[in-house]
Ligand binder design. Structure first.
Ligand SMILES: NC(=O)c1ccc[n+]([C@@H]2O[C@H](COP(=O)([O-])OP(=O)(O)OC[C@H]3O[C@@H](n4cnc5c(N)ncnc54)[C@H](OP(=O)(O)O)[C@@H]3O)[C@@H](O)[C@H]2O)c1
Length: 333
């Protein structure tokens, strides 16, 4: 159902050209209309993620059928429902995974990529849940196969992804290790349940080997971490790669993979089919939402910026000074 008073134009953060955070500009652009199986969300808050900054810089092109606007997750209220949607009605509070376009007052997504706001969680906090929870669950558990009693290592432990991975792995009953680049960040990781390693003054390979190796490693760094990750894995260990902040091309000793029965895998969320993302949404709702309700998973919030200050939000993310999630607040009606 599309209300008659739907605006034809909406305010959005657009990428004027690829470059530094200052290329982010506020524009009026046509508001999207939900088609079959989709909902329109009036965005209250949008999560800011590293891939948004990569997209802005020209290093991560959106899939051809996705909105060219940045923004992979949001929280807000359903403003219209497309044909065939029965799960949501206008006014429902939701948070959702988006194919793009979250940095705007309105955004369209698949109805089955939206989830209810978990009890006790604010809209600002909920805006930072979908991209990280979908990424962490699908990679750490669905690909990496982490189960209770195993040892788990996440790099970038204080990032949006890292803080979520620590808490979910801890709630699953794993022994959790995390690396981070300062004592303050390590303290934040420890507060969430991880044994933290400051990679500037300790070698995570030695730390992990001393306890028998990691069964699963979630890595976003790549580069020379790849061979080091293999050494830090226990026999039959699984390395799950979700980004390559230090480069994707490395030399590996594959004999180690074979003789120690290691698995190297990875994925990116955005280009996956809408069906696969709906499957992940179901798993997240079934397994992760109860962790939020039980207080085992709390979104770690770094800062909130107004939509007009999207460039400042990106600069903060790229400074890597943040701990947890950065969100953008959209203006009210
Ligand atoms: N595959 C997927 O589907 C998917 C989905 C979402 C995000 N991601 C990726 O996951 C990563 C985390 O995302 P996020 O939104 O949580 O980002 P974020 O909060 O900005 O986290 C990035 C973290 O990586 C560390 N870091 C930054 N540059 C580094 C470098 N050159 N070498 C080593 N460490 C570095 C920083 O921590 P320290 O100061 O401790 O080094 C920072 O906290 C990003 O790379 C993102 O692209 C992948």
């Amino acid at each position: 159902m599309i209300p008659e008073d739907m605006p034809e134009l909406m305010r959005a953060v657009t990428i004027r050209e690829h470059g530094a955070p200052e290329v982010l500009t506020i524009d009026y652009v046509p508001a999207p209309v939900p088609s079959h199986g989709q909902i329109l969300i009036r965005v209250a808050f949008a999560g800011v993620n590293r891939p948004d900054a990569l997209q802005r810089a020209g290093q991560y092109a959106p899939p051809p059928d996705a909105s060219p606007l940045p923004g992979l997750e949001c929280a807000g209220h359903v403003a219209a429902v497309g044909p065939g949607v029965t799960r949501w009605k206008i006014g429902d509070p939701v948070c959702a995974l988006l194919p793009g376009g979250g940095y705007a007052t309105h955004v369209v997504t698949q109805a089955d990529h939206a989830l209810p706001i978990p009890e006790g969680v604010s809209l600002a906090e909920a805006a930072g849940l979908p991209e990280t929870c979908f990424t962490v669950w699908s990679n750490m558990v669905m690909r990496g196969g982490l189960v209770a009693g195993e040892r788990f290592l996440v790099h970038g432990g204080s990032s949006g992804i890292g803080t979520t991975a620590i808490q979910i792995a801890d709630a699953l009953g794993a022994r959790v290790f995390a690396t981070a680049g300062s004592d303050e960040k390590c303290e934040a990781c420890a507060d969430l349940g991880a044994e933290a390693v400051n990679y500037r003054d300790s070698d995570f390979v030695e730390v992990l080997r001393a306890v028998g190796g990691a069964d699963v490693i979630l890595d976003m760094v790549g580069g020379d971490y790849l061979p080091r990750n293999l050494r830090a894995l226990a026999d039959d260990g699984r390395l799950v790669q979700i980004a390559f902040l230090q480069g994707a091309k490395v030399e590996l000793n594959m004999a180690e993979v074979m003789t120690r029965r290691l698995t190297i895998t990875g994925s990116t969320l955005r280009p996956q089919s809408t069906l696969q993302k709906a499957r992940i949404a179901k798993e997240v709702y079934r397994h992760v939402w109860p962790m939020v309700a039980a207080g085992h998973l709390r979104p770690v919030m770094d800062s909130t910026y107004s939509m007009d200050d999207a460039a400042k939000a990106h600069a903060r993310m790229e400074s890597s000074a943040h701990i947890g999630k950065i969100v953008l607040e959209m203006p009210g009606d």
